[in-house]
Design a protein around this ligand. Structure first.
Ligand SMILES: Cc1cc2nc3c(=O)[nH]c(=O)nc-3n(C[C@H](O)[C@H](O)[C@H](O)COP(=O)(O)OP(=O)(O)OC[C@H]3O[C@@H](n4cnc5c(N)ncnc54)[C@H](O)[C@@H]3O)c2cc1C
Length: 480
């Protein structure tokens, strides 16, 4: 790949961002023989939020996943396949069945406490929540939050254990039930996991491939991309768009012009003005961008000399504070990364954002105090390595993935996806059914690639603009 500093001109299509959506958009263009495109990516590699790193004390490292880790929903029989699962098969990715419900222990601030029955009840409650939430679509009922939904199906958690078992919503959508749309989350769940609703399957595969989960998308990129079609280490600062062209300015001051551009930047990047638009985005577009949420999901990795913890894949920890280091996962396990000495905790949402302002030392101390509570009879040793990514502070992401709030209505979704002249928008957040997922990014990349290819191949004559709504009316207005 070439590096920043070269001014490129006269591209047919610029693809802004080299994550799953960007790579699949590029592949779709290439399949249609539109080859004069350029992927512009700020980082030094492709993959975006598929981001792995070597972790551990010198001489004892393993590759861990800072971003996406699971293939969520695979395939049942000859039914629809998750395209990420198809790529995993194509490239022989090493991934293992991740079985939360069958392989979990439960803890609270006094140590190991068995509340598995409460957990099983919560699993049933979550299924109910998605069935009833999905049922609001055909009856055209208004959206509301998962919290309201839970209350309406009679689930009102009081104790720390009842609260942590309900954390499943946060763990999937990276925000609390209060912050999450009941209908949209039910849809995303059903279209991904529920075969009867067109979903792939209810299984989750965790990548433990030591080439990194990103290996599959980087291999797919290598299968069709020419070096001249990728520009790495190139940060976009400005996008000037019109009905004739798009001109992109890079951090080094150089400009690249093209007939069309596809932005795949996260909705967090769009929200934070990390990239300036010329002209300023219309208000209907701004409202859509600011009405979606960029949530944060944070994995905190620890390595120890010896494994002193649970033998299951997962443990739940019920703290008095809901969301305080609730989910723990062991990688030091047969079939995973045995002997790695690695365990990690997950936090989400506001808790993720809050800890990003603490120092690593402060957070490590907190994690060790939680482990001391979980294992009161063990002297917790000093970790040999500790790391966590700050997704929310990172100007290339500003969070981990989008979450659809109850106040985000269907026309907002139209407006989020709509093109502005020659500038198109793609990426996981644009997916109505699969926002937040790798497969959402994949399908959106394909869709944008197809639409732009049609524009190019028809010489602009059969270029179907996506619809948008100038002003979104309240379907049930307040009556003064
Ligand atoms: C912690 C975490 C856990 C996740 N877990 C899962 C999971 O288990 N399963 C699952 O299916 N999904 C998961 N996801 C979501 C999944 O990773 C995303 O949906 C998907 O990778 C998004 O792809 P994308 O192409 O839309 O965006 P991105 O991957 O963000 O691609 C956009 C690209 O644009 C680049 N960029 C940004 N700003 C600029 C700029 N100014 N100039 C140039 N380049 C720029 C970025 O570097 C990036 O490469 C997770 C995400 C995170 C962060």
């Amino acid at each position: 790949a070439s590096t920043a500093g070269t001014t490129q001109n006269d591209k047919t299509v610029l693809i802004l961002g080299g994550g799953v959506a960007g790579i699949i958009a590029a592949r779709t263009l290439a399949e249609q023989k539109v080859t004069n495109f350029l992927i512009v990516e700020a980082r030094d590699e492709l993959g975006g939020r598929m981001h792995s790193m070597e972790f551990g004390a010198p001489g004892r490292t393993s590759v861990i996943e800072l971003g996406a880790n699971w293939i969520q929903g695979t395939q049942e029989g000859t039914g629809p396949a998750n395209p990420i699962y198809t790529l995993a098969q194509k490239y022989g990715l090493k991934a293992v069945e991740s079985d939360f419900y069958e392989s979990v222990e439960t803890y609270d601030e006094t140590g190991k406490v068995d509340y598995l029955k409460t957990l099983n009840d919560a699993v049933d409650a979550y299924t109910d929540l998605t069935v009833v939430g999905g049922g609001r679509v055909p009856t055209q009922q208004v959206d509301t939050t998962c919290r309201t939904g839970y209350s309406l199906i009679g689930v009102k958690p009081q104790t720390p254990a009842e609260k942590v078992v309900e954390y499943y919503v946060d763990w999937e959508y990276a925000q609390t039930p209060e912050q999450t749309s009941w209908i949209a989350s039910s849809w995303a769940n059903n279209f991904t996991y529920d075969v009867d609703q067109g979903g792939f399957s209810d299984s989750n595969l965790l990548s433990i491939d030591q080439r990194g989960f990103k290996y599959l998308i980087q291999s797919e990129a290598a299968s069709f991309l020419q070096p001249s079609q990728v520009l790495l280490n190139a940060t976009v600062t400005d996008i000037a768009y019109s009905s004739d062209a798009v001109v992109v300015t890079l951090a080094n001051g150089s400009k690249i012009s093209a007939d069309y551009a596809i932005s795949t930047f996260s909705v967090g990047v769009l929200q934070h003005d990390d990239v300036a638009f010329e002209p300023t985005l219309p208000l209907w577009k701004q409202e859509a961008i600011q009405s979606m949420t960029m949530a944060t999901y944070t994995k905190l990795f620890l390595q120890f000399d010896e494994n002193f913890w649970f033998d299951t894949q997962f443990a739940l920890y019920a703290d008095k504070v809901r969301g305080r280091y609730p989910v723990w996962q062991s990688l030091d396990l047969d079939g995973f990364l045995p002997g790695s000495g690695i365990i990690f905790a997950t936090v989400t949402g506001d808790y993720s954002e809050a800890i990003e302002s603490l120092t690593n030392a402060q957070i490590q101390t907190e994690l060790l105090s939680v482990l001391s509570a979980m294992f009161p009879n063990t002297t917790i040793p000093t970790p040999t390595a500790f790391f966590f990514p700050r997704w929310f502070s990172d100007p290339l992401y500003r969070g981990s993935y989008s979450n659809w709030p109850a106040s985000f209505v269907s026309p907002h979704h139209l407006n989020l996806r709509a093109n502005l002249g020659r500038l198109w928008f793609s990426g996981e957040a644009m997916s109505q059914r699969y926002f937040g997922f790798l497969h959402g990014a994949y399908f959106e990349g394909m869709d944008a690639g197809q639409r732009v290819a049609q524009c190019v191949l028809s010489g602009g004559l059969q270029c179907d603009d996506l619809p948008f709504v100038e002003s979104i009316p309240n379907s049930s207005p307040y009556v003064p």
